[in-house]
Design a protein around this ligand. Sequence first.
Ligand SMILES: Cc1ncc(COP(=O)(O)O)c(C=O)c1O
Length: 304
Amino acid sequence: MSKLRPTVSVDGQITAMDDAMIPVMDRGFLYGDSVYEVFRTYRGVPLFLEDHFRRLENSAQLIQMQISQSRAQLLEEIRRTAVAANVTLEVDAYVRYQITRGEGAVDLYPDPGLKTRVVIIVKALPTWKKVFYERGMDMYVPQVRRNPVNALDPNIKGGNYLNNIMALTEARQNGADDCVMLNREGFVTEAANSNVWFVIRGRLVTPGTGNLKGLTKKHVHKALKQTGIQSFEEDIHANELPDATECFVTSATREVMPCASLTLLGGERLEFPTGGGEITRTVQAVFSSYVKSYIESHANDALV
Ligand SMILES: Cc1ncc(COP(=O)(O)O)c(C=O)c1O
């Protein structure tokens, strides 16, 4: 079978990933002053393409960035990069498109006249450890808290992940695979780069605020609703976590990934069913058939 070539476009210049370069004065590099999206393809079709563009535009608006390139231009460049990377109907890909505020003087204030830079990365999908699906990830509640919404809104999907990096590092240093970050008041927000869900007293819940509005989360709710299964977005305080009987995370690249354990702030370790409990497995099955019919009905969006 033909193979994907990791390929990058920097402002229209397409090269092998290893040869891609951006100028050091780029504000994305200097300050993390950028916004981005990640989607995966199935049979060449981007999953939830329209949603990704809308969220990118919302992130840009939240940081008062005017994207110089139109949506049509961005999409055309994503297509060119996908073709160069050898994305086909048989070879699925990871696509990341990042818009930086461009190059300027060393000055925090973003000159409104700057031209935004477009970086598109097309590569193979991440290969998660098999054990993450067969058994589940070990999760950890770190001391590091999620940025408050009124400091750095988690709905800015931006190029600065230091808050999440520090939380994840603390979790890894304590033997876990990923973190469940709390806000300052002790409410659950999200995992390092995915949304987190629990079954608490039989109800399927995920936090509605303090986290990125994940598109997988949005479509999991939709898929469940179509099947008549209830799911809720509500505040979840850390005090409620000992009542959780199942846990999983959702993201574009993980889809629905079970969690096997969660270590709480005080050190108490909760254990969840191996490979996901009954509800987690139902969510996986429901989402998987939802994705299948989404791809079938969006064949016209295919990149190649
Ligand atoms: C901080 C954070 N939360 C949640 C998510 C999940 O979002 P999505 O389902 O759109 O991939 C991501 C994905 O990158 C993320 O970075």
